[in-house]
Design a binder for this molecule. Structure first.
Ligand SMILES: NC(=O)c1ccc[n+]([C@@H]2O[C@H](COP(=O)([O-])OP(=O)(O)OC[C@H]3O[C@@H](n4cnc5c(N)ncnc54)[C@H](OP(=O)(O)O)[C@@H]3O)[C@@H](O)[C@H]2O)c1
Length: 387
């Protein structure tokens, strides 16, 4: 069969794609970093040509609560519409056990409920596979709040499943007939999320102090038994202890390609207007104190620049785009050439801004050229103060 996996570079999508390939199926991988975007629809129709079934294992990037709901909604609408045009016969969604028992919960849960609603109301025959939290969820949930070696985490009762086990179930379901709502799929034993996080961090050699609390992203609406699998659940074999032990061994013996994939976070993928021949490539670090307005408007005549925020927040504005705030851990770029870089101010008055920029410079071109007063007046540009 020809099966598309949306989220094919993700934790579960990559494993699902790999199980399908090993079983002899042709996999069409879908993700933004592979050139197919469920939000904009870029590349989607071409990707679904001749596809029999689609597994949706995407997740929302870290955006605000309102944006999370919209993200899942838009992605699912676009995917289902493209599937209908392509004549896809089976849509499989990786969902979460207990979604409908939780009153409220996180924005992510609201987004998953929206995905389910759209699928149930849609025209493409479907299977929704509710899974419990994955074995790596403890460490993941801790990482959301970790700061200076301390993380808060909710003491959730969960029955976690190994990522490989749920991927295997998805691969099996995708090659069968649509089944509507599938039974809950869970691991073999209940666990306490704080204990999972602590033990995973120990195995990985990470020193993090964990503080149990219900005042965080996972709140009391998820307490008690709500996240545990229902009756007749399908129980996968791998225990949390087995996964931990194997995980430590796998780290040592991991295939370099797998390791490269698993340790990589794609930050930015763009096609700049030009890459000058024989360019010199220079990487610099820039430090602005709190409230610093940055440097005046300028151009990089020698070529495009690519940046990454190490710490703090930047007000970033290039010609043709509204100003936006780029935060620590996010990337940005500008095309260089004639495009004006209006500002790189520190958006915060209470913390420094540090970022790195890699600049391409055509031979003989300066690093940057500031705009003269005439041009500044012509463009009518006024520097904005940082917030
Ligand atoms: N974590 C848990 O314990 C748990 C439990 C049950 C169910 N789930 C569900 O499992 C699903 C998958 O989780 P995961 O941890 O495997 O996610 P993940 O590792 O964060 O992977 C997300 C994938 O989605 C892709 N993606 C995101 N936006 C996209 C877009 N607009 N177009 C195309 N691809 C896009 C990403 O690739 P690009 O960035 O390249 O686009 C990536 O391949 C989630 O929906 C989650 O709700 C999670």
């Amino acid at each position: 069969m020809r099966i598309a996996v949306a989220g094919a570079t993700g934790n579960i999508g990559a494993r699902t794609a790999s199980f399908l390939e090993r079983a002899g199926h042709e996999v069409v991988p879908i993700s933004r970093s592979l050139g197919v975007d469920l939000i904009t629809g870029r590349g989607l129709d071409a990707a679904l040509k001749g596809v029999d079934a689609v597994v949706d294992a995407i997740s929302s990037p870290p955006v605000s609560s309102d944006e999370t709901l919209a993200y899942f909604g838009t992605a699912t609408r676009n995917l289902l519409a493209a599937e209908a045009r392509a004549g896809v016969r089976h849509h499989v969604l990786l969902s979460i056990v207990g979604l409908h028992r939780i009153i409220g919960g996180t924005a992510h849960y609201a987004g998953k409920r929206e995905q389910e609603r759209l699928i149930e109301e849609g025209r493409v025959p479907w299977t929704i596979v509710p899974a419990t939290q994955f074995h790596d969820f403890g460490a993941l949930a801790g990482s959301w709040t970790e700061r200076d070696g301390v993380a808060t985490i909710a003491p959730l009762l969960v029955q976690p499943i190994a990522p490989d086990d749920i991927a295997q179930v998805l691969a099996e379901v995708a090659t069968g007939e649509p089944q509507g709502r599938y039974v809950d799929v869970a691991g073999p034993e209940p666990q306490d999320l704080v204990d999972m996080a602590r033990r995973t961090n120990d195995v990985l050699g990470r020193k993090v102090k964990l503080v149990p609390t219900w005042s965080g992203p996972l709140d009391e609406s998820m307490a008690g038994n709500v996240l545990l699998p229902g009756e007749n659940a399908r129980i996968a074999p791998t225990t949390f202890d087995q996964w931990l032990a194997a995980g430590a061994r796998q780290e040592e013996a991991m295939d370099p390609h797998e390791k490269a994939k698993n340790t990589r976070t794609d930050l930015q993928s763009i096609t700049p207007p030009f890459i000058p021949a024989e360019a010199e490539v220079m990487t610099v670090r820039i430090d602005y104190p709190p409230g610093d307005p940055g440097i005046p408007p300028h151009r990089h005549p020698g070529g495009p620049c690519f940046g990454y925020i190490l710490e703090g927040e930047m007000v970033f504005e290039v010609q043709g785009e509204p100003p936006r705030v780029v935060k620590a851990g996010e990337a940005f770029w500008e095309p260089g050439g004639d495009a004006i870089h209006y500002q790189d101010a520190n958006n915060r008055t209470d913390s420094p801004l540090r970022f790195v920029v890699t600049m391409l410079m055509a031979p003989g071109q300066p690093l940057l050229v500031f705009l003269d007063d005439d041009e500044l007046q012509q463009s009518g540009w006024v520097r904005r103060s940082p917030a």
